[in-house]
Design a protein around this ligand. Structure first.
Ligand SMILES: [Zn+2]
Ligand SMILES: [Zn+2]
Length: 116
């Protein structure tokens, strides 16, 4: 079986690209049934997009100054804490519920309000 270079059209950007004989041979070897649909540029773009990792922003901890990464985009002017400082700070921000005074049950919960 012989292969000759073929010109295909990219379905993304419409650019024409060459499906070379060598590539066709490769596709034939791999038993790929479909022709390539994207030009090299779009293929590279798609590949880089697919392998994109979750957003991580490099920043410095506003408390200890250590370099850290956060899984979000820090808002300008808002303090960013590293993992250590964040965990140290947590108990302060959320007081233990035991510190709250427990309301005493009223002595006569069933009593009706008196009428004058
Ligand atoms: Zn393209
Ligand atoms: Zn820190």
């Amino acid at each position: 079986m012989e292969f000759t270079d073929r010109v295909l059209k990219c379905i993304d950007c419409g650019a024409e690209f060459v499906f070379t004989a060598g590539e066709q041979l490769f596709f034939h070897d791999k038993q790929f049934k479909n022709d390539p649909k994207h030009c090299k540029q779009c293929k590279a773009k798609r590949a880089s997009g697919a392998s994109r990792v979750r957003p991580e922003t490099r920043t410095t901890c506003s408390q200890c100054g250590a370099e850290t990464t956060v899984p979000f985009k820090p808002t300008q002017g808002r303090p960013v804490l590293c993992r250590t400082c964040f965990q140290q700070r947590k108990p302060e921000q959320a007081p233990a519920p035991a510190a709250e005074p427990i309301p005493e049950p009223s002595p006569e919960p069933e009593s009706m309000p008196e009428q004058n």
